[in-house]
Structures are given as C-alpha cells and as structure tokens.
Design a protein around this ligand. Structure first.
Ligand code: NAP
Length: 283
C-alpha cells in the first residue's frame, strides 16, 4: 500500500483526506492519504521520510509551504515564482516541489465560474500565500489590471513589485477610495484572506460590506468552509454570480493526485466526497 498525506499544523479541519481517499478507491489504486500534523522541529525528518519507496508524496499547508523549499531536490517553475510548495512528489527518492493552487484556481474560475481573465480587470483581496498563487496565475493569464488589496500595505506592495514586469498591478489598502473604486469597476473579485472562515473570530466578516459591486461581477471566495460565506451570501443577494472556494480546493487536489499517480483524477467523485465531508463536519 502506497502512502500520501497532508503535512501542516494544525490540520483539524482538513477535508483533503476524504476526497483524496475517495479518488484512490474510485480508481482502484492501492494507496492511502492521511492527515499528518507536524510540529516545526519534526519537519526536516518528516520530509526526509518521504523519500522512502512506499511514499507517493505529500500536500503541504500552513505554515510550511515556504519552509519545505530548501528541504527538496527540485522546485517547478510555478512554485519557484510564488515561493511556495503545496505538493511534493517522490520520484524514486528525489523530492520535487510543485504549486497546484495556481492551476486549481484558474480551472475553478474558468470551469465553475465561466470566467476567462485575459484582458479583464480583477480585484484580489489578500496578499498571503493563496493570494500570491492567484496573483501570479491571473497575471500569467493576461489580466489587464490587477488591483490587490491587503490589510498590511508593505506585504501587498512587495507582491505588486514582483508582478509589475508582467503587467499593470495596483497595490491598495483594504479600505479607502481605491478599494471602493476597484470593487465597483472590476469583473472578478477574489477573497484570498481568511475573513469569513468558520471557527475563527472573523467568521462573520464580509470584506465587501457596504461597497458597490457591478451586478455582472463574479465574486469568488477561497474560503470553502462554510460554502456560503458572509461575502458570497451578500453578493448573491445583490444579483452577482458567486463561486465558493470548494472548486479550487478540489481542483488543486486533483492536480496533486495526477502528479502522484499519473492517472486522470476522478474530479466528480472528489467533489461529492468533499461536499459530504463538509456536511459531516457541520453536524
Ligand atoms: P496567509 O498566507 O496566512 O494569508 C492570510 C491573508 O489574510 C493575508 O492577506 C492577511 O492579511 C489576511 N487577513 C488575515 N486576517 C485578517 C483580518 N482580520 N483582516 C484583514 N485581513 C486579514 O493564508 P493563506 O494561505 O493565503 O490562506 C488564506 C485563505 O485562503 C485561508 O482561508 C485558506 O483556507 C484559503 N485557501 C483556500 C484554498 C482553496 O483551495 N480553496 C487554497 C489555499 C488557501 P495581512 O497580510 O495583513 O496579515
């Protein structure tokens, strides 16, 4: 039996084991996917163990997406640009780092949001790891102007500076006239902060509260628990199209699965298992 899993701390609410195991079972692959909570001091040894022949690889989540990079043998181009690895593949003892959040995000807005970013204006809220993946993906996909709004201005300025050679990027604060103006004018708004996430003190917060948003705007959240965040509920009530964070989560996981197994991921099966896991958690 081959092994894979997710490394992070804490991992209490991860639903990745549910949908990855459903995918292995569906394709008859003899492998398991486990939650591996790891404290910082154990990280180098846990990564070293992945070189053994029974490991397919691992997903990596908060707070280790950057810290694993020096522990790996090769890093693919997307992960290098973003400076973060969410997938490790064990290739005969060599550990290769990838970032599948980029492809997961682009597939989600295209296939589940019916949105093509090329030539469009977009507002991205947040400048953390998930935002970095979305920002690079959107710029490479040919967005015309990318507004990036973040609570901590220095962080968003650094991200914008990295992207300026690809196209037009405007770093802004999380309030003020530029935030209001961009929200009203763009065709896609992406929340990549943790605002609205269940089990946090900010679960009730809608970063777009009180702002004008065009009714043809697609509003999408990277938060997937709950599926109906305060931001998405409000946007839907105003007639906007909405997209939860679940398609991105499943599709980044599907891309990881394909890297580990070389098989096409059974995306529909993974979606059903992910939805069921969220329902089970809310009981
Ligand atoms: P991160 O690197 O810690 O970044 C967190 C971001 O949220 C930063 O921009 C931070 O702003 C902002 N933030 C946090 N608390 C805030 C507050 N009270 N007010 C305003 N801004 C606040 O985390 P991450 O890895 O980017 O993850 C962010 C979210 O995306 C999480 O909910 C995660 O579960 C989700 N995510 C979803 C997927 C998916 O597949 N759907 C994939 C990756 C991540 P500052 O810079 O000012 O601190």
């Amino acid at each position: 039996m081959k092994k894979s899993g997710i490394l992070g701390c804490p991992l209490g609410h991860s639903i990745s084991p549910c949908f990855q195991n459903a995918a292995f079972t569906n394709l008859g692959i003899e492998a398991t996917y486990e939650a591996w909570p790891v404290v910082m001091a154990e990280l180098p040894e846990r990564i070293q163990n992945l070189r053994e022949s029974d490991f397919l690889g691992a997903n990596v989540t908060i707070p280790y997406k950057e810290l694993v990079i020096p522990l790996l043998d090769e890093i693919d181009d997307w992960a290098l640009k973003i400076g973060s690895v969410n997938t490790i593949v064990n290739e005969a003892g060599l550990l290769i780092g990838y970032n599948t959040d980029t492809v997961g995000f682009l597939r989600a807005i295209s296939e589940y949001g019916n949105y093509e970013p090329s030539g469009r204006d977009v507002l991205l809220i947040g400048a953390g790891g998930a935002a970095r993946a979305a920002a690079h993906a959107l710029m490479e996909a040919g967005v015309k102007t990318l507004w990036i709004a973040n609570r901590t201005y220095d962080r968003v300025k650094r991200l914008a500076d990295e992207l300026l050679e690809i196209g037009e990027v405007k770093p802004i604060g999380l309030d003020g006239p530029e935030f209001r103006k961009s929200a009203a004018s763009v065709s896609l708004i992406v929340n990549s902060t943790s605002l609205g996430m269940k089990h946090t003190p900010e679960a009730h917060i809608n970063p777009l509260e009180g702002l004008n948003i065009g009714s043809s705007t697609l509003v999408t959240d990277m938060v997937y628990n709950p599926l109906d965040t305060p931001m998405l509920t409000d946007a839907e009530n105003r007639g906007c199209r909405i997209l939860s964070g679940l398609p991105m989560l499943v599709l980044q996981g599907a891309a990881s699965f394909e890297l580990w197994t070389g098989e096409g991921a059974p995306v529909d099966v993974m979606f059903s298992a992910a939805r069921q896991a969220l329902i089970d958690q809310s009981d």
